[in-house]
Design a protein around this ligand. Structure first.
Ligand SMILES: *[C@@H]1O[C@H](CO)[C@@H](O)[C@H](O)[C@H]1NC(C)=O
Ligand SMILES: *[C@@H]1O[C@H](CO)[C@@H](O)[C@H](O)[C@H]1NC(C)=O
Ligand SMILES: *[C@@H]1O[C@H](CO)[C@@H](O)[C@H](O)[C@H]1NC(C)=O
Ligand SMILES: *[C@@H]1O[C@H](CO)[C@@H](O)[C@H](O)[C@H]1NC(C)=O
Ligand SMILES: *[C@@H]1O[C@H](CO)[C@@H](O)[C@H](O)[C@H]1NC(C)=O
Length: 346
C-alpha cells in the first residue's frame, strides 16, 4: 500500500507543474475581467450562506501536513459543491411538494455554504502558495429526489468523517487550524441532520460520528469523478472499488432491529490477493469510536460475497475488504484491499 518514492516524486513534479498552470489561469482570468464575475457570484452565495470567508488572522506558515490536509479538504469540498449545485437544479425540476415546504431554502443554504467553505479553503491554500485542487467532472447516480437525499447523506457523512480525521492530525501539527476546521465540521453535521430528517430518518442515529483517514476519504470521493477529468491527482493510493447491494436500503431501520446481511461486489481482476496464502477474506467495519469489527465474507462467486452487519453499529459505517484484522483503525486504513464503502445502517 505504500507509495514508491519515485511515484510520489512524479506526482509532486506534476503538482508543481500544475501550480504554475493555475497561476497562469488566475492571471488570465484577471485580464479577462473574470474576477468581477466571480465576485458577484460569490456575494450571492455569501448572502444565502449567511456569511462569507473568515478574515481572522492565520499563522505565518502552516505545516506540510496541514497543506496536504487542506488539499484533500479542497478535493472533497469540490465534490460537495458540484453535487449540491446540480441537485438544487434537479430539485427545482423534480419538485419538492411532497417534502417540507422549506426544503429548497435549506438545500440552497447548504449549496451556498459548501461554496463558501470551498472558496475559504482555496484562499488559505493560495495564501500559502500551495497547489489548488481544481474541480473535476463528476457523475452522481441519482434520478429522483429520494435518491438525491440518500446520496447527500452519504456524501456529507464522508465529508464529516474526513474532517474528523483532518482535525485529529491538525491537533498535533497545527493546533491553530483546529478551530476553523471544527467550525466547518459542526455546520456539516447540521446539514446531515436535515438531509436525514427530510427523508423521515432520525437526524441523530448514533452518539458519535466516524472519523476516516485521507486514503479512505480520497477513494470515496474518487467514485464520483469521471475518469481522467481531474487536472491533478493527489498522491494517495487508489484502491479497487467495492460495491454493496441495498446500500441505503436500511436508512429507516430504527437502530435496534437486526441490520441483516449485505452483499459486496468487487472486480476480481483488480483484487487478485483473494486467494493469497489461503487467508480468509473479511469485511472490516468502522463505526463511531469503536475498534474495527471483522465479519467473514462468504464468497458466492469470484468478486461477490455476503456477510452479516455487526450488531450495535448505527448511523453511517465504513466497510473495506481485508485479510488482516488490526485493532487500530489507522492500521486498517492501510490494510484495506478494496473499498471503502460508506454504508447507511440506520
Ligand atoms: C441531476 O439530474 C441528472 C439527470 O437526471 C442526473 O444525471 C444527475 O446525476 C443529477 N445530479 C444530482 C446531483 O442530482
Ligand atoms: C410552511 O408550512 C407551515 C406549516 O406547516 C406554514 O406555517 C408556513 O407558512 C409555510 N411556509 C411557506 C413558505 O409556505
Ligand atoms: C507566497 O508567494 C509570494 C510571492 O512570491 C510571497 O511574497 C509570499 O511570502 C509567499 N507566502 C508564503 C506564506 O510563503
Ligand atoms: C468536463 O466537462 C466539460 C463540460 O461538459 C467538457 O468540456 C470537458 O471535456 C470534460 N473534461 C473531461 C476531461 O472529461
Ligand atoms: C424497532 O423496530 C423493531 C422492528 O420493526 C421493533 O420491534 C422495535 O420495537 C423498534 N424499536 C424502537 C426503539 O422503536
Amino acid at each position: 500500500m505504500h507509495l514508491k518514492p519515485e511515484f510520489y516524486n512524479q506526482l509532486t513534479a506534476a503538482m508543481y507543474f500544475f501550480k504554475d498552470f493555475a497561476v497562469l489561469l488566475y492571471a488570465y482570468s484577471i485580464a479577462m475581467g473574470g474576477v468581477a464575475a466571480a465576485a458577484s457570484h460569490c456575494s450571492q452565495s455569501v448572502a444565502t450562506a449567511g456569511g462569507g470567508q473568515p478574515n481572522s488572522i492565520l499563522p505565518a506558515d502552516i505545516s506540510a501536513n496541514a497543506k496536504n490536509g487542506l488539499q484533500f479538504a479542497h478535493f472533497l469540498k469540490n465534490v460537495q459543491v458540484a453535487f449540491f449545485n446540480a441537485g438544487l437544479k434537479n430539485l427545482t425540476e423534480w419538485g419538492t411538494s411532497e417534502l417540507r415546504n422549506d426544503t429548497m431554502e435549506i438545500v440552497s443554504k447548504i449549496a451556498a455554504q459548501e461554496e463558501v467553505h470551498a472558496s475559504s479553503i482555496e484562499n488559505i491554500l493560495q495564501l500559502y502558495n500551495e497547489t489548488l485542487v481544481l474541480p473535476c467532472n463528476y457523475s452522481f447516480p441519482v434520478t429522483t429526489s429520494k435518491e438525491f437525499f440518500d446520496l447527500a447523506h452519504i456524501i456529507t457523512s464522508v465529508g464529516i468523517g474526513a474532517t474528523i480525521g483532518l482535525n485529529e492530525r491538525l491537533a498535533i501539527t497545527d493546533p491553530s487550524l483546529v478551530k476553523p476546521v471544527s467550525s466547518i465540521l459542526t455546520v456539516e453535521s447540521r446539514h446531515d441532520a436535515f438531509l436525514r430528517h427530510v427523508r423521515g430518518a432520525v437526524p441523530n442515529p448514533a452518539p458519535f460520528d466516524t472519523g476516516i483517514s485521507p486514503i479512505w476519504a480520497y477513494n470515496l470521493g474518487l467514485s464520483f469523478i469521471q475518469p481522467g477529468s481531474c487536472s491533478v491527482e493527489l498522491p494517495i493510493p487508489i484502491l479497487p472499488r467495492l460495491a454493496v447491494s441495498q446500500h441505503s436500503g436500511a436508512l429507516y431501520s430504527n437502530g435496534t432491529e437486526s441490520k441483516g446481511t449485505k452483499e459486496f461486489m468487487w472486480d476480481p481482476t483488480q483484487m487478485p490477493f483473494v486467494t493469497e496464502a489461503g487467508k480468509p477474506l473479511c469485511i472490516g467495519w468502522v463505526n463511531q469510536l469503536q475498534k474495527p469489527v471483522y465479519t467473514p465474507l462468504n464468497i458466492i462467486t469470484k468478486g461477490r460475497g455476503t456477510t452479516d452487519v455487526p450488531q450495535g453499529f448505527n448511523g453511517v459505517a465504513f466497510a473495506v475488504v481485508t485479510v488482516q484484522q488490526p485493532d487500530d483503525v489507522n492500521d486498517l486504513a492501510t490494510a484495506a484491499l478494496a473499498g471503502p464503502m460508506a454504508i447507511a445502517l440506520s
